[in-house]
Design a protein around this ligand. Structure first.
Ligand SMILES: [Zn+2]
Length: 284
C-alpha cells in the first residue's frame, strides 16, 4: 500500500498515513502474525545508558542504532519488524558517572536470551542485532549461541566497527568524532557544543612511568598493557577515543552523521537479504 509515495505495512486493515508500521510496539498482534506467515526475521537494537563525556548524551549507544533503524524502516517498509530497543547494557567500567547504568554481563545475557526465546516461540528465526556498545558483545554472543542451538541464527552488527571498516576515515572510539557525528545525524541539538573541544582529560593515575593511553590501558616501553580499572580513575570527562586515529569529536559534522547512518542502513538492508538465506534448522 502506498501513502504519499511511501509503502507501509497494512496487515489486513487500513493504516493511517505516517504510521510507522515496522516498529513492533506500533503493530497489533494480527499484523505480526501476518508477517510471520511469510518471514521470520526481526531486528533488535542493543544499546547502553552510559557516560560519553560532557559533550554527548548518556543514550548515545541507543540513539545511533535507533537512528539507523529508522532509516531501515524507510527502506524496507513492510519487509521487516524492528523490536523495541534494549536501552541498558553492560558498562561496568563506566560506573561512577551519574546516569550510567549497567546490567552486567551475566544478567544481560539472561535478559537477552529470554527475549530471544520469547521471539523464537512467536516464530522468529533470524535475529539481526544492531549493537551500539562494545561492552554488550560477549553477552550477545552468549545469547546468540544459545538461540542457535534451538534452531535459529543471530547476527551481531557492531555499527561503529562496520562503519569504520567501510570508510576508514569514520573509524572511532567511545565519545569521539564517529559517535558524535552519529548523534548529530539523528539530532544535532543533543551535542553540547560548549564541551566538544574539552578533550579526554586523561590523567596519569598509574604514575609517570605508566602513562594511561586508552580504555583500561597504559603504555610501557612502546607496548600497550591492560590494567583494568574504573574509567573514572583515568578521566573526569569520560570519553576515551585515544588510540583510535584522529577521533576528536570537534571534527564531527551533521553531514558526516547523516551519510554514515544512511550508509549503515543500506548495509544492514543488504545484509538482511543475504542473512535470510541462512538455513536456521541446524538439526537436520
Ligand atoms: Zn558509545
Amino acid at each position: 500500500m502506498i501513502f504519499g509515495g511511501k509503502k507501509v505495512y497494512n496487515g489486513n486493515k487500513k493504516m493511517r498515513e505516517g504510521d510507522t508500521a515496522v516498529f513492533l510496539e506500533k503493530m497489533s498482534y494480527t499484523e505480526v502474525e501476518s508477517y510471520l506467515q511469510r518471514k521470520d526475521t526481526i531486528i533488535l537494537i542493543t544499546g547502553s545508558t552510559e557516560n560519553h563525556g560532557k559533550h554527548m548524551p548518556l543514550g548515545t549507544d541507543t540513539i545511533i542504532p535507533f537512528g539507523i533503524a529508522q532509516r531501515i524502516e524507510q527502506r524496507l517498509s513492510d519487509d521487516i519488524i524492528i523490536a523495541p530497543a534494549l536501552p541498558y547494557g553492560v558498562t561496568e567500567d563506566l560506573k561512577g558517572f551519574a546516569g550510567t547504568i549497567s546490567l552486567g554481563t551475566e544478567l544481560y545475557t539472561r535478559v537477552l536470551t529470554k527475549v530471544l526465546n520469547e521471539f523464537f516461540d512467536c516464530g522468529f528465526r533470524h535475529f539481526v542485532v544492531i549493537n551500539g556498545h562494545g561492552g554488550n558483545s560477549k553477552a550477545i554472543e552468549n545469547a546468540g549461541l544459545e538461540i542457535y542451538r534451538r534452531g535459529a541464527c543471530l547476527a551481531r552488527l557492531d555499527w561503529w566497527l562496520i562503519a569504520g571498516q567501510l570508510r576508514p576515515e569514520w573509524k572511532g572510539g567511545h565519545g569521539g568524532a564517529e559517535e558524535a557525528a552519529g548523534v548529530m545525524g539523528v539530532d544535532p541539538s543533543l551535542i553540547k557544543k560548549e564541551y566538544i573541544g574539552l578533550g579526554e582529560c586523561i590523567r596519569n593515575d598509574l604514575g609517570d612511568e605508566l602513562p594511561s593511553t586508552s580504555w583500561n590501558a597504559c603504555c610501557f616501553k612502546g607496548g600497550m598493557v591492560t590494567i583494568p580499572r574504573p574509567i573514572r580513575d583515568i578521566t573526569d570527562n569520560g570519553w576515551l577515543a585515544h588510540g583510535m586515529g584522529n577521533d576528536e569529536p570537534s571534527k564531527a559534522t551533521e553531514e558526516w552523521g547523516r551519510e554514515m547512518l544512511d550508509t549503515m542502513a543500506d548495509y544492514v538492508v543488504d545484509f538482511i537479504s543475504a542473512f535470510e538465506k541462512v538455513d536456521t534448522d541446524h538439526r537436520k
